[in-house]
Design a protein around this ligand. Sequence first.
Ligand SMILES: [Zn+2]
Length: 221
Amino acid sequence: MPNINKLNLSDDPLPLDLKVMPQGLGSRPQTPQPGIYQFRLPEMPAIENCFDVMETEDSQILVAVFADDHMLFNETLGRFYQGRVNNRFREITQTNRETSEKETVLISDYGMMLKALKAEPARISNRYLAAALVECAGKSFIAEHTLTASCQKTREIFQKGQRVTGKMGCGKQYAVEAWKGQKSERHQIPVEADGKVALRFECACGAELRSWGQLQGFRSA
Ligand SMILES: [Zn+2]
């Protein structure tokens, strides 16, 4: 191999721009085991590509889709992370610190992610919430990555990697830890011999399922 000084390297400008080149393109990140990790948002301009909406009858739900050239970077593990964080509302009951009274509060995963990033959108609308995330490009937050799986009644199941025509899923839902409420139930995702939570496993009905990552417990880095 020639030495760098003996190659007579050309100094003609080349049309490449490292600033706009994506990071992590082509890598297919493995879903990590459940845990608390520090994540970094994509840089500009890639972060501008991470938005989608779910249209319902009466509203538009904003979703941050971290994939392709706009994945999150899991700083704890030093590798990219694919995920979705949506702005679907849900109600929780919490105790007001000043009055000690119970009150109902509307929350969303997207909102809690913005709060962890210390974003301060000027208005609470999808347009402003999206712009607020773009302003946080390259910033980090901490979140818990957990796994869920579901055997969907509306989809034909897979067995041995093949779709089974006409056989639908049984509706069972799975989480890292099992729980049972009044209206719903989560079964435990199986743990493999090495102690790891299974990323692929078989449902009681025989369907082959995949565990998907989900972020929760957002807090500031
Ligand atoms: Zn099933």
